[in-house]
Design a protein around this ligand. Sequence first.
Ligand code: ZN
Ligand code: ZN
Ligand code: FE
Length: 755
Amino acid sequence: MVSRSIKIRGIVQGVGFRPFVYSLAVQYGLAGWVRNSSNGVEIEVSGLRESMDRFILDLQTKDPPLARIDTFQNQEIPFKRYQTFEILGSTNQSSDFLPVSPDVAICPDCRRELFDPRDRRYRYPFINCTNCGPRFTILREIPYDRPNTTMRSFPMCPNCQSEYEDPLNRRFHAQPIACPECGPQVWFEADGKKIAEKEDAIQITRCWLKEGRIIAIKGLGGFHLACDATNPTAVETLRERKKRSQKAFALMAWDIETIRRYCLVSPEEENLLTSYQSPIVLLQRQSNADLPPGIAPGQSTLGMMLPYTPLHLLLLEPEARFPSVLVMTSGNLSEEPITYRNADALDRLSKLADGFLMHNREIQTRVDDSVVRIASHHFYPVRRSRGYAPDGIRLSREVKPVLACGAELKNTFCLTRGSYAFLSHHIGDLENLETLQSFEEGIRHFETLFRIKPEWIACDLHPDYLATQYAMKRAEEENLPIIQIQHHHAHLAACLADNDWQAAEPVAGFCMDGTGLGTDGSIWGGEVLLGGYKGYQRRFHFDYLPLPGGDSAIRKPARFALACLSQSGVDWDSIYPPVQALSDEEKKGIQIQLDHSINLMNTSSLGRLFDAVSALCGICEEATYEGQAAIELEGMIDREESKAYDIPFNDDWIDSRTLIRQVAASIQQGISPSQISAFFHNGLVRLFTGIAEHIRRETGIQAIALTGGVWQNMVLLERTQKSLRQAGFEVLVHHQVPANDGGISLGQAVIASYL
Ligand code: ZN
Ligand code: ZN
Ligand code: FE
C-alpha cells in the first residue's frame, strides 16, 4: 500500500475534473480526497501500487474534453490510511492563480435535453452542465465557485442542489447550474413595456424577426442586433441605423447544411464552426449565394457561426417561414464597445432595435464573438475573444509580471505571470470614453483574477494612444519602470511568441501593417525588420509617400491616391477615379499641401499603399471602416491571373513610386480592376521572395515572420507563404493571436520580459 500527493495545473476547474478524479479513484478502489485549490487541483490518494499506477496514467490520458493539463506533479508521501474517496471544499490562497476557462458552447447532452419534452429543463434557455455554458463572462473572482459568479443571486432549488452535490451527476459542481424553477429567465420588451415572458418572449422575438424587424438580443458576452439576413429591407435598415458603416455583418445559421447553401465549408472549417469555442468563421462565399449585398459589401467572404447558447437554439429553431440565417452583429453604435448591461442596452440601443429580448443573468465581463479563419489548412485568428480569452498563452520560460497595454485599434492588453501570457479579450478601438473604461476595468479584472501585480509596464511609442497614456499614468502612480516599444517590433515579437520561437538567431520580420509610429517620427507600416525579442534593425521599408492631412487620408483613400500620383510623376488625369471622386476644392487643397509640405505625414505603410491602389482602381475611394479599401481590392482579385508588377528594391528601400506608375499605366490601358489587383498581389509576393533571398545571401537568415494587419489578406498570405517555402525558408505565421494589432500586446509583453 502506498500514498501519493498529486498537484495538477492547467484548465482543471469548472470542466468536470473532480468528478472525473472521483470516479477513477472509485473504479480503482483507491481512497483519499481531491479538491480545487486556487492554483489547480490537489489530490491525495492511498491504495495498491498497481492500481495507483493505472490511476495516474488515466488521469493524464483520459481527462475530460474541456480540461487541459499544463503541469502534473506527483510524489510518493508517507502512507496515510483513508476509508473512502471524497471531494473536499476549495482552498483559496490569495497569492496563487490558475488559468480561467473561457465560455463554452452548449454541449450535445444539454442540447438533447433542451429539446426533450420529458426533461425538466425542456426549452429552458439557460441549461448548462460541467461541460458547457458561461465561464469567464460570469466570473467575478477565483476560485471558480458559484458565489464568485453572477449566478450568486439565484439560490438553487432542491433538485438543482442535489444534482450539484452528486459526484456522479453531469452537473456536479456546475457553477452556473439552473432550471426553470430557480434560474434566470428571459422576457421581451418594446417601447419601454414588458410584453412577454419565458417561451412567449422567444416566440414574439421570432415573429418580429420574421416580419423584418430588428431585435436586440442579450447573449453570453453582450447584446447582438439581430434581423432576418435574407430580407434586404431589414438588412438596409440595420445598416442605416448602425451609422452606415460598410463593415460586414456576422451571420448565424441553424446548422452546417444551411451554411453550405451560402458558403464553401472545408472539413477544417466545419471543425472550427462546431468546436466548443464556436467562433465566427470567415468562409468563402458561394458565387450563387442568395443574400442581400448589404450583408458584406465588396467582400468575397461571409462571417458565419452556429448557435452557441440554448437561447440561440430556441431562437433559430427551423420552421417553414422562419429565416434560415440571422444577422447577429454586435449591439453597439459603430465605434462603441458591445453593450452588455440591461439598462445600458435600453438606453443606447433603443434607436437601433425595435424590441429587446432580455434576461436577468448578469454579464460580468463583456466579450465579443471571436472571428477566425483557416489559412493554408491552419487556424488563423482575426479577433481572439469569446471562447479563447482568457486562456493563457504558454511561454517557453518563466517571466516577470508585465502589463502590456497594446495599441490603439483592435486593442487587447496582456498580463504575464509565471510562464503564461494572459491576453485579454477584444477591447476595441480605444478612441472613446466607453472603450477606455472597458480597457481599464478589464485590466483591473485580470489583475484580480490572475493575482498579478505588474512590475513592468509596456506600451506603444505613440504618445497620443489612450493605451500609452494609461501606461504612463500607471507607471508614474505606482512608480514602475515603463518601456515604450516600436509598433512593428512588437508585431515581430508577437509572431515569435505565437510560434514559441526560442532560437537566439535573428529572423526577418515582414511587418506589413496599417500604421504604427516609427522611431524617426514617420508612420511606418511596410517594414522588414531583422531581429528578435531583444532588438531589431530596420533593414528594408517601403519608400516614404506623403499622407495629406494625416488621419483624414486614411478615411479617404482617394486623397492619398492623388498624393501617390503626384509623387510618382503622374499627372492627375481625369481617367483616374480618385481625380473624379474629389471636388476641385479638395484637389486644390491637396495640391497646396503637397507643394508647400503642409500637414503631410511620411508613411511607409503597405496598408496605405493598398488603399491607394484600391482607390486608383475606383474600388474604394472612401473607407467607412479600417482596412475597407484593401479588403475590397482583395475581394475582387482575378485568381487565375499570374502576371505581376515589378516592384524593385534598393539598398534599404522598396520603390513604391515605380509600382504606382505601373498601376497608372494599367488604368490608361483600360485593364480591369480585378487584373490590376492580381498584378499588385503577385508583384508583392515576388518582391517579398526577392527580399528574403537577398537577406539570406547577406546574413544567412532562414526564418521569415509574416506579421501585421496586411497579413489578414488571405491571397497575399497564402501565396507569399507558398513562394517562401518553395524557396526553402522557414515561414512563421500567426496561429494563436491575430496578425493585426490585436496581437500587439503579447509582443510588447515578451519584449519587456527580456529586459
Ligand atoms: Zn452541457
Ligand atoms: Zn433549479
Ligand atoms: Fe499594427
